[in-house]
Design a protein around this ligand. Structure first.
Ligand SMILES: N[C@@H](CCC(=O)N[C@@H](CS)C(=O)NCC(=O)O)C(=O)O
Length: 265
């Protein structure tokens, strides 16, 4: 284990599984600072992230959460200097001079640092860039469906259009993965070898799948389980996901959360 990377995140969080899985496979050491989402408003959001005994009095530190956090969050100037969008998960180098944000970029960082152990990020620039293409489409999917997932965990009324928008984004994303797997006839997305494209799919798919499965808090006649509805269309993709679920590393990191959220029921 080498090259410590510090990560500040909420847990459970399938998005950060991406980095955790890659780190386990490449034997990169991570220093994880994390708590349940609801507890993070009582943390100092900083390179040296830590639970606060009491809220700071310094107004400059207090920022109202915008994505997934409705409370006031205590983000330090250093935190925002290193992580200008102010989101979690975030990673830092061990001296705290560099911040890396976006779960896909944190995944790339781990794969790059651990490449001597196992090369998850492709052997040449074309393959690396093809992997990046899949990572980019997963970010578009994640961003387009985030308002729906956040609405499901709030008490707000959910409009039909927000559900249909999420369904459309899900299908666009999954259609591409399914076409690639079925036409290229490879065991994994890029080749017959596992890459961070597969790890990214695993994290982003389950982020959507487990949270979109939860019925809205207020009964809603328009709601349906998007993943379940389209399961039969995406046989190759579900086969790949099932295979990954059985892999020792993926299982170790994801199994408890998948059980708690009743993914297989
Ligand atoms: N696309 C980002 C999503 C990160 C994100 O949206 N994080 C939200 C929580 S779900 C956040 O940190 N919100 C902070 C705030 O509301 O200020 C990724 O994959 O890392």
């Amino acid at each position: 284990m080498k090259n410590k990377i510090r990560i500040f995140t909420y847990l459970p969080n399938p998005r950060i599984w991406k980095a955790l899985i890659a780190a386990d496979l490449t034997k990169v050491k991570l220093d994880i600072r994390a708590d349940k989402p609801k507890n993070l408003s009582n943390w100092l959001w900083d390179f040296d992230a830590r639970p606060l005994k009491e809220k700071p009095i310094n107004d400059n530190l207090l920022i109202k959460g915008t994505k997934g956090f409705s409370n006031v969050l205590s983000k330090t100037k250093k935190f925002l200097t290193l992580n200008p969008y102010g989101n979690v998960p975030v990673a830092f180098n061990s001296s705290g001079s560099i911040g890396i944000f976006e779960s896909n970029s944190i995944l790339r960082l781990v794969a790059r640092i651990g490449e001597n152990e196992i090369n998850l990020y492709g052997r040449n620039n074309f393959i690396k860039s093809r992997i990046d293409s899949f990572l980019d489409t997963s970010l578009v999917f994640g961003c387009t469906t985030q308002p729906y997932l956040l609405a499901l965990s709030s008490k707000k009324k959910i409009s039909k259009s927000i559900i249909l928008e999420a369904e459309k984004a899900y299908m666009l994303y999954m259609n591409g993965i399914e076409t690639s797997l079925s036409l290229n006839k490879t065991k994994f997305i890029i080749s017959n070898q596992l890459s961070i494209a597969d790890i990214c799919l695993f994290g982003e798919f389950f982020q959507f799948s487990i949270y979109s499965k939860r019925k809205p808090k207020n009964s809603n006649k328009n709601w349906f389980d998007i993943v379940k509805k389209h399961k039969n269309k995406y046989k190759y993709t579900h086969n790949l996901l099932n295979k990954l679920c059985k892999n020792k590393t993926f299982k170790k990191i994801a199994n408890n959360t998948l059980k708690n959220y009743k993914y297989n029921d």
